[in-house]
Design a protein around this ligand. Structure first.
Ligand SMILES: [Zn+2]
Ligand SMILES: [Zn+2]
Length: 143
C-alpha cells in the first residue's frame, strides 16, 4: 500500500510522462509503485515478482520493455555497477553508495555531493549527470 506522499509522487511522475506526450500504462504505474516500496533499486526480475502478485497479466517482457521506456523518459535510472541492471526512481536527484560486502545500496542525496561535483567540474570542465557518482565501500554491518 502506498501512503499519501507516495501517491503524490506517483501522480507527479504520471503527469510528467503525460506532459511529455507519452503514454501512462498499467505496467508503468505498477513498476513505479514497486520501486517506491523498494527497498533500494531492484532488478527487472524482482520488480516482476512484486508486480505479479497484483497484476498477474503483466509478464516479465512487458516489465522489461516498460523499464526501458521509463528510463528513456527519465523516470528511472540504473545503478552504475557491473552485473544485472538494477532500476530505481530518478525523480529525486541522487547518487549511489554500494557495499562491497553485502551489496547493500544506499541513495546519496544530490545535495550531499554538490560541492564535490562542483570541484570536480572545475578541474575537468565536465558537467556531471545528477546520478553519476557511485561510491563503493563497506556498510555499517560489513565495516
Ligand atoms: Zn538511483
Ligand atoms: Zn554491507
Amino acid at each position: 500500500m502506498l501512503d499519501t506522499d507516495d501517491r503524490v509522487r506517483v501522480d507527479a511522475i504520471r503527469d510528467q510522462i503525460r506532459a511529455g506526450g507519452r503514454r501512462w500504462t498499467i505496467a508503468k504505474g505498477a513498476i513505479v509503485e514497486a520501486l517506491l516500496a523498494g527497498p533500494g533499486h531492484l532488478s527487472p526480475q524482482r520488480i516482476h515478482e512484486i508486480i505479479a502478485r497484483q497484476y498477474p497479466q503483466i509478464d516479465p517482457s512487458t516489465v522489461y520493455r516498460a523499464l526501458l521506456t521509463l528510463a528513456d523518459e527519465g523516470v528511472v535510472h540504473t545503478l552504475g555497477q557491473p552485473g544485472e541492471a538494477r532500476y530505481g526512481l530518478a525523480d529525486e536527484p541522487h547518487h549511489h553508495a554500494i557495499c562491497g560486502g553485502c551489496g547493500l545500496q544506499s541513495e546519496i542525496p544530490a545535495t550531499a555531493v554538490a560541492r564535490l561535483l562542483t570541484a570536480a567540474g572545475a578541474v575537468t570542465g565536465f558537467q556531471f549527470d545528477r546520478d553519476s557518482v557511485t561510491l563503493t565501500g563497506r556498510c555499517v554491518d560489513c565495516a
